[in-house]
Write a protein that binds this ligand. Sequence first.
Ligand code: SF4
Length: 407
Amino acid sequence: MTEKSKVYYGSVIAGQPERFANPSEKLDKILEHLDLSTIEKKDKVAIKMHLGFNDGYQTVPVFFVRRIAKAIKEKGAFPFVTDNPTAVYNAAERGYTSETCGCPLIPIAGVKDGYTTKKEVGYKGVEDLDAAGVLLDADVLINLTHTKGHGSCGYGGAFKNIALGGYSGPSRWHKIHGVVAFDSYFDKEKMTKEHILKLREACPRDAPTWSEQRKEPTMAFYACDQCHGAEPKPCEKADDGLTGWKIQKDNFYAFQELMAHASKLILDSFDKEKMFHLNFMMDITPYCDCMGMGMPAVIPDIGITGSRDIVAIEFASLDLIGEAGLIEGVVKQIPHSYMRINPDLTTDLHPFQLLHGPFKDPYKVAEFGEEMGLGSREYELIEVLSPKETGEMDSSGHTYEGGATFF
Ligand code: SF4
C-alpha cells in the first residue's frame, strides 16, 4: 500500500488562552514537521503569496509572513516575498514592507511585468504562457496561500496561487482566464450582438455580454452561478434554441484544467525537495484577493495546513472547509449583497458550490493536478498542538499584559 501524503494541521482553536496554543506556535510546529532542512545556506527562497489589491486587506497576515521569513533565515537562506508588480508596489498600504515581513518584496516578473520565460502549454487554444522570471530564479518555493472562494472556479487555493500568480499579467488575465471561451456552448455564426444582449437582459447576473474590444459575444463565467441548478435557465430560455446556448460543466472545467497545467510548469522548475505549501484558512472570503475590497468571511476561521504535496493539501483544506460549513449569520445577509446562494442549503454540495454554483467544483483543479502526477488525494491529516493537547499543557508560567513587560 502506498504511503499517504502527510498534511499537518493547526487549528485556530486553543485549548487554553495561552501563547503556546496560539496559531503562530502551530505554524512553527508545522514548519518543523515539514522539515525545512532541505533549504540550503544561501538558497534564494520565494515566498509566493497574494499581497492584496487596492483596499483588499484579507490576505495572509504579515504576522505569519514574518514568522515564515524568520524560519527560512535561520537556515542561512535568503527569503523574499513575491507577487505581481502592482501588488508589490502598493503592498505597504496593506501593511507589507520589508521591515514588517523581515525580508525584501520583489515583483514576480520584474518591475514592468516583462521578465518572463515562455512555457509551452498547448491546451485549448493556449499555446504558451509567460512564467514569472523572478519566481523561476528562486531555489526554493514557499507556496503561501490565503484560501478563499473564487468566481471562476469556486475556490482559490494552493494551485491558484501558483497558476495565476506565477505568470505575467497578460498570461494570467487573457490566456488563463480566457480559456473558458474555448469550448463551444453556442453557435457563433448565429449569435448577433442584439441576441447576446437579449440573453444578458434575461440573466440575473448579467453574465452573457458583448465585447466591444473584440467585437464578439462573450460570457463572464466568473459571474455565472448557473442559477444554482434551477431549470429552465433564463439565458437558455431567452436563446429559444436559436444559437443552441447551453450552460455546461465542461466550460467551467477548462479554467481549472489549465490552472493545473500552469501550476505543473512552475512546480516542475523546482527541486521536489524544495517546495512547501501552506494554506491559511482564515478570513475565508467568497471571492478572490484581487477583488480589491473587504468582504465578510463566509466560512468560520479554521487554521493552517502545511504539506509538501500540493494535491493533498488542497484536498485536506477543502475537506476542512466543507466540514466547517457556511456561517449562518453571513448567509442570511447574502440576498442583500451582490451574490446569490443556493436556495437549498441542505443539498449535498461543497460550501463554495453553494455560493458559486454546482459546476464550479472546488476540487477539480486538484483532481487534474493529481492526473498530471503532482501529488495524491490520499492524505493523512496530522493535527499539531490540538485543543486537547494544549488544554492539558502546563500554564503556570502565564504572563498577562497587566503592565509594561517589554519582552
Ligand atoms: S445560468 Fe443563470 S447566471 Fe448563468 S448565464 Fe444563465 S441566466 Fe445567467
